[in-house]
Design a protein around this ligand. Sequence first.
Ligand code: ADP
Length: 401
Amino acid sequence: MTSSCVLVLNCGSSSLKFAVIDTQSGNTSLSGLAEKLGEQDPQISWKVQQDKQKKQLPAHAAHHEALEALVNIIKQMGFDTSLIAVGHRVVHGGENFTQSVIINEQVKETIRKKSQLAPLHNPANLLGIDAAEAAFPELPQVAVFDTAFHQSLPQKAFLYALPYSLYQNHGVRKYGFHGTSHYFVANEAAKALGKPVEQCNLITAHLGNGCSIAAIKNGESVDTSMGLTPLEGLVMGTRSGDIDPGIFNFLNEQLGYAPEEINAILNKSSGLKGISEISNDCRNLEEAAEQVNERAQLALEIFAYRIAKYIASYTVPLGRLDAIIFTGGIGENSSYIRELVIRQLAIFQLELDEERNLAARFGQSGNILKDSAIQALVIPTNEEWVIANDAAMLTSSQEEQ
Ligand code: ADP
């Protein structure tokens, strides 16, 4: 049987992350990144099995030029004949998309309109879609939205206590992000727990550079920490997460910061980086904390405290909890952060198993607690696989029609 593959694209404003995923085995045949697009020295790097390669792109090369280079790589490797679809990660689908869709002109127009909610991300995603349509005119293009999984949130969870007209007229509400990751690890957790996801109550913590947490009841997202934008909720690498909204006015009126400066502070120089004044990278902070750097210790403590508080609060919509899931670069690898979190959840009779906590790193899954009613599972995420799978399913159901 010939294999069928999906090209998965994740476009940022100056980058293009890609992977070719075999839809039967789930294996990644090719993966890589084009970066510094539009800048002086853009480049594309890629990996096939253990073989890594890198190539300079022409100065100021844009997304479509990166895609042309990628098409050549794909053809050289002979993957082009097995491609059945291109799957695009699209950040904001607003209230219009509750699941993945085949892209047509109307879908593109809606994504364009949602750029108001995600001005950095959606326009970049559209660049990727246009470039992929030009490069692979014969392939169906599928959009997979970061927001879609959280469209099941009830009003009481997604509405801010602001004038209702701001929601009605301008869509100001909580949307949530990292949906594909929360969806993937929830389904993997269900397998580990040995019951259908529709019977699982879970709290999933995606802890990477961006961090978010979700309450999942009977397989559906019922609350999540990111909001209208990815700034709300947990402390992140460089984002503040929850703060008193009055701080905005204070910085503006009392300290003279312009709105765009405040936006940059909250998004780019806060979080782990802002508190520690060392780094946004958890690994660097753990090293510094070990050398008894107090500010690194404090940053990690605040980071873990916020996670523990969110976990405790998400037991409210769930009622019964089967498992807490840790994923993302920090969730999958940092036994230090997981320990700090679990120790603050003693009220739920959770007891850390130190050996299991150390074992569940670098791609290894597992329960990190001593046997108890609630499990704490480490599960490596795989957003590319969700995108490839959705694209393959939509493509085959389109063929059947
Ligand atoms: P992104 O959100 O960009 O996809 P990742 O999910 O790769 O990011 O997560 C990046 C974070 O994971 C960084 O803070 C990094 O320090 C952290 N991380 C990766 N490996 C480890 C490790 N072994 N120990 C602690 N933190 C780690």
